[in-house]
Design a binder for this molecule. Structure first.
Ligand code: ZN
Length: 134
């Protein structure tokens, strides 16, 4: 397993890129709107992983709610797994609370599923299985 990305909730990606891109020096290599999750994302590689900047695309987006409550910050950690169905089955068997029982399609066509923060010490955990490994 590895950390696929760290998700950071922002009020707006363009504004956030002034810091993460211009000031810090990371490069935005991929921007995409994920309709299913009502977010726009920007992917900034850093070492073997990436920072994912998240922006709400509608008022009922999970990111809009997060921003309203906290104003921004680390939203989730995404762990890359080989077989997301097997990982979900194991987590469920171990008693973890799953937000997604079945994988959904996320950014870059990956399969993704979220695990509730109540099962992960307050951290929203995203499982990611890369498209090429399906
Ligand atoms: Zn993510």
């Amino acid at each position: 397993m590895k950390i696929n990305h760290l998700g950071i909730a922002t009020k707006g990606i363009d504004e956030a890129l002034k810091f993460w891109g211009d000031a810090l020096g990371l490069e935005n290599v991929h921007t995409e709107t994920v309709e299913d999750q009502k977010v726009r994302v920007a992917m900034l590689p850093i070492g073997d992983t990436r920072i994912e900047l998240l922006e709400a695309t509608s008022e009922d987006s999970p990111i809009a709610k997060f921003i309203e409550k906290r104003g921004g910050g680390i939203h989730h950690i995404a762990v890359e797994v080989e077989n997301i169905e097997a990982s979900l089955a194991k987590l469920k068997a171990e008693g973890a609370r799953l937000i997604d029982e079945k994988p959904r399609i996320g950014a870059e066509g990956c399969l993704i599923a979220f695990v509730h923060p109540s099962s992960a010490n307050g951290v929203l955990l995203e499982l990611v299985q890369k498209k090429s490994e399906q």
